[in-house]
Design a binder for this molecule. Structure first.
Ligand code: UGA
Length: 436
């Protein structure tokens, strides 16, 4: 008999995890307090854009294995409960807000059967799992808790969930590990590396991985600043250092930096937690990583001023991209949208295009201008900013685009466009980290 699974919290992580667990043959119940979200998911609709997820969701609902509910009593005979709720940054501090994780644990503890395993997947400050385990055992002494961090990337969520590059399980005993081995049997059959850790290490693995990725991006953006000062080209530099396998070429794309719901808040929460533990000095460098990242946004705005004027009032600026990265409609801490909002606040008339993120961007900044088509955004523009590297922007015909704008000036905030092709079509082309 296959284990029965519940997924508590059906946001980005939870909805994907629920659909993927069902596709592996488990009977899955997705639970959320948000009735509107549950209604959408039950109807086979995903409330955000993630390639491939909606098709999978519909297939799994049709199979009869996947259901959604707001009623926690439905988890009474479930064997493994995954906690997938969010841990956003607190409004007035760098630390993570654990309200949702605590509430989810209490709700599961009150409804789960003896012998069941609660598995945390949310990104939490180290020490949370041990605290939650104690709390669970007080309410339900025969249940157990493990931690199993998630490394999925938006835009590749289904693939990363079904075929992760490693599985990390934080456990306190063999029984919990064995149950997780049953859950991930198909990955083990594919020889996915399996790392057994204690609870604190498993929590730290996640924030350490995101801190490393953030550091890699800020490192190359720091090199971009030096390249600009020295007349070098950061794209060539990144290519050259990336050939060293110890460095590797991925995550070395210089530009306007990292954003989204994970990297920025995770490095901040990590610093805050290290401070509480008396290890703040160890993570002092992350403060610099954060400020290099935020500085990249200002550097693009400086380029805009350099090309137009210090006074941006009335200047028409087209912005290509609002999402924090391509193949996503997520605008949380999006560098693209932040830059658009800042130049609009400086008086520019901004028109934003994005293939998927216009609705969420509009919700955030209703006063900004938006265009459903690229041509509409570019028409009459004094300058164009390329801020999210969607494939459609790389496929634009620079000659055709030149006819739409008032001034053919392109600033590539992602170092993703073919500079030579744009220059050949008569554009003045600027990019971060390259001679401008
Ligand atoms: C990130 C991690 O990559 C995942 O492994 C992790 O599971 C996830 O956070 C999470 O904690 O849940 P994600 O937020 O989807 O995933 O986005 P990334 O692909 O890491 O990109 C983050 C940001 O860095 C984007 O704004 C992207 O544009 C930027 N970036 C990425 C660069 O500026 N340069 C690069 O070379 C790569």
């Amino acid at each position: 008999m296959k284990l029965k699974v519940s997924v508590i919290g059906t946001g980005y992580l939870g909805a994907t995890h629920a659909a993927c667990m069902s596709s592996l043959g488990f009977e899955v119940i997705g639970v959320d307090v948000d009735a509107a979200k549950i209604e959408l998911l039950t109807a086979g609709r995903v409330p955000f854009y993630e390639p491939g997820l909606e098709d999978l969701l519909q297939k799994e609902i049709a199979s009869g294995r996947l259901t959604f509910t707001t009623d926690l009593r439905a988890i009474a005979d479930v064997d493994v409960h995954f906690i997938c709720v969010g841990t956003p940054q607190q409004p007035n501090s760098l630390a993570a807000d654990l309200t949702y994780v605590d509430a989810a644990l209490d709700a599961v503890a009150a409804n789960c059967k003896p012998g069941s395993l609660v598995v945390g997947k949310s990104t939490v400050p180290v020490g949370t799992a041990a605290r939650l385990r104690e709390r669970l055992l007080k309410i339900n002494p025969k249940a157990d808790l493990a931690w199993n961090p998630e490394f999925l990337r938006e835009g590749f969520a289904v693939e990363d969930t079904l075929h992760p590059n490693r599985l990390v399980v934080g456990v306190t005993n063999d029984a919990a590990e064995n149950k997780l081995k049953e859950i991930y049997a198909s990955n083990l059959a594919e020889n996915t590396p399996w790392v057994r850790a204690d609870l604190p290490t498993s929590e730290l693995v996640k924030v350490a991985a995101n801190s490393f990725l953030a550091t890699k991006i800020s490192f190359i953006n720091a090199m971009a600043e030096v390249c600009e000062a020295a007349g070098g080209d950061v794209t060539v530099l990144a290519k050259a250092i990336g050939y060293d396998p110890r460095i590797g070429s991925r995550f070395l794309q210089a530009g306007i930096g990292f954003g989204g719901g994970c990297l920025p808040k995770d490095i901040r929460a990590f610093m805050a937690r290290a401070g509480e533990l008396g290890a703040d000095q160890a993570l002092e460098f992350l403060r610099e990583i954060d400020s290099i990242n935020l500085r990249a946004r200002q550097r693009v705005i400086e380029l805009v001023r350099k090309d137009l004027s210090d006074n941006l009032a009335g200047k028409k600026i087209a912005v290509l991209g609002a999402a924090f990265k391509p193949d996503s409609d997520d605008v949380r801490d999006s560098p693209a949208l932040d830059i658009a909002a800042q130049i609009a606040a400086a008086g520019a008339v901004v028109t934003i295009h994005d293939p998927k993120a216009i609705a969420p961007a509009k919700k955030r900044f209703p006063a900004l201008g938006f265009s459903e088509d690229i041509e509409g955004a570019l028409k009459g523009a004094d300058l164009v900013l390329h801020l999210t590297e969607w494939k459609v922007y790389r496929e634009l015909d620079p000659a055709k685009m030149a006819k739409l704008v008032a001034n053919p000036i392109m600033i590539d905030g992602r170092n993703a466009l073919d500079r030579e092709a744009w220059i050949a079509a008569g554009w003045k082309f600027r990019a971060l980290g390259r001679a401008n």
